[in-house]
Design a protein around this ligand. Structure first.
Ligand code: ZN
Length: 474
């Protein structure tokens, strides 16, 4: 089929010229667009019609047909010629035109694959590719808001911009809060140096992951791309070249040209503007593994949407609140404010857990891509609520959900704040194992995502008032 399409659309020419050629020379446009077979057929047919005009004229001249028959023959021949001309001209135009964008559509395999993406893949692509540096979550919030609006019974906000989708259950309680943060780590314009943009990190960056990466900035003037640069090693002193540069030494080049193009003036870049990492969502050769920026924590946000989708028409005992928080990466700020909106009875963070399955990992642990959903027992800001954690494990075992236990000793989760709300909110973390977190290309495993989804859905089906009482009685 594809070979046939290539043959049919085999050209990369000007559509207007192709149409003109077909108008002037029988089959000319088809030859021009390299459709030789069609050129011969159309050219031959039109050539025959032209010859036929002469033949009819000769018949009349020799007196073999009368005037009436002559006019009839000329008219019918003329109509056929006109129709073939219309066909030939439009065919030449369409062939040339279609091929020009068929390179990006019909003939492009990666786009074909994209069309075949399933719901989860599509959501992960949309969520990871949207921009939303901490404090600048607008673009991302619009994406998740659209999804929530299709699924939720109601939508609430806190005053910093966190968004909360509600799925009503049989009773008002227990109020179960699922928390995933919508912000991603990024950069902010700090100043300028000879046209180059100096920046401050927003969230935790390691300079090694920044150098040479693409970033973009969006403002009233448009969307502009740049690259993070560092002084190249061959002009550094030997001992300097052996060390990693400090983040302060890096800069962004938005296409500086001395005295001719100063991005600050030409592109309207201002101090305080957010700078977003650029990275496309990709499904790797191993179809189970996805690569993108900001899986931390767009994968959690995708879980919010997918869980809501799965339980939309199902009965659950309590009420579920799906919270996409702001500003987690800079200090769990949306997680501090959003619990005031609905006063959760329990809190569960949906976020990435870190894998230790790459060369150089010091400890042998269960934290591996493809090893199921991670149940986090400890992070820098919280110790998981023992009874709630054990209940999560029980659900995994009951529903045969693949899981593993992990600790995350550096960094924290939204629940770090949630569990300290008011008189305390028993909290836990469901982790999706991820490689290369806080980089431009992190990785997750599809089956881990599906296991986490399964856990969230079944947890909601099982967690009722009785269970809440049980885990909060001491
Ligand atoms: Zn996170």
């Amino acid at each position: 089929m594809k070979i046939f399409l290539i043959f049919l659309l085999n050209s990369s020419k000007s559509p207007v010229l192709a149409a003109w050629l077909s108008f002037l020379i029988p089959g000319g446009g088809q030859f021009y667009t390299k459709n030789y077979l069609k050129g011969i057929l159309i050219g031959g047919f039109q050539g025959y019609l032209i010859y036929d005009f002469k033949r009819i004229y000769d018949l009349k001249k020799e007196g073999k047909i009368d005037r009436e028959e002559y006019e009839r023959k000329i008219l019918s021949n003329g109509i056929i010629y006109l129709m073939s001309l219309i066909y030939s001209v439009s065919d030449a135009y369409v062939s040339a035109h279609f091929y020009n964008f068929s390179k990006d559509t019909i003939l492009n395999l990666s786009l074909k694959k994209e069309e075949k993406m399933d719901r989860t893949e599509k959501i992960l692509k949309d969520l990871t590719e949207a921009s939303g540096v901490s404090g600048f979550e607008e673009e991302f919030r619009e994406v998740i808001k659209k999804e929530f609006e299709k699924l939720a019974d109601d939508i609430l906000y806190d005053k910093l911009g966190s968004i909360i989708a509600i799925k009503k259950g049989e009773k008002e309680g227990p109020r179960i809060g699922f928390f995933a943060h919508m912000d991603e780590i990024g950069l902010m314009v700090k100043g300028f140096s000879k046209g180059y943009v100096k920046f401050a990190p927003i969230g935790g960056w390691w300079s090694a992951t920044l150098i040479g990466q693409r970033v973009k900035i969006k403002n009233e003037k448009g969307e502009f791309y740049g690259v993070i640069g560092a002084t190249p090693p061959h002009i550094l002193k030997k001992e300097e070249a052996q060390k990693l540069p400090e983040i302060d030494d890096l800069y962004i080049d938005f296409g500086v040209e001395e005295k001719k193009f100063d991005p600050q003036k030409k592109l309207g870049i201002k101090i305080g503007d957010p700078i977003v990492p650029v990275s496309e969502f990709k499904i790797l050769g191993n179809k189970n593994i996805y690569m993108a920026k900001a899986f931390d924590d767009r994968v959690g946000c995708a879980l919010l949407i997918r869980t809501l989708e799965e339980i939309k028409n199902k009965k659950i005992p309590g009420t579920a609140y799906f919270v996409a928080t702001v500003q987690e990466e800079v200090g769990l700020r949306g997680a501090t404010t959003s619990p005031w909106v609905f006063e959760p009875d329990i809190g569960i963070a949906l976020d990435v857990s870190l894998t230790e399955d790459t060369p150089g990992a010091k400890v042998e642990t269960e934290a591996k891509l493809g090893n199921g959903v991670g149940i986090v027992s400890l992070d820098f800001t919280m110790i998981a609520h023992r009874k709630l954690r054990d209940f999560l494990i029980k659900i995994c075992e009951k529903y045969k959900i693949k899981y593993h236990l992990v600790t995350v000793t550096r960094g924290g989760y939204d629940t770090g704040k949630v569990h300290l709300f008011k008189e305390g909110v028993p909290s836990c973390i469901i982790g999706i194992p991820s490689r290369y977190v806080h980089g431009f290309n992190s990785m997750i495993h599809r089956k881990d995502f599906d296991n986490a989804l399964n856990l969230c859905v079944n947890f909601l089906k099982e967690f009722d008032e009785k269970k809440l009482k049980e885990i909060t009685s001491y």
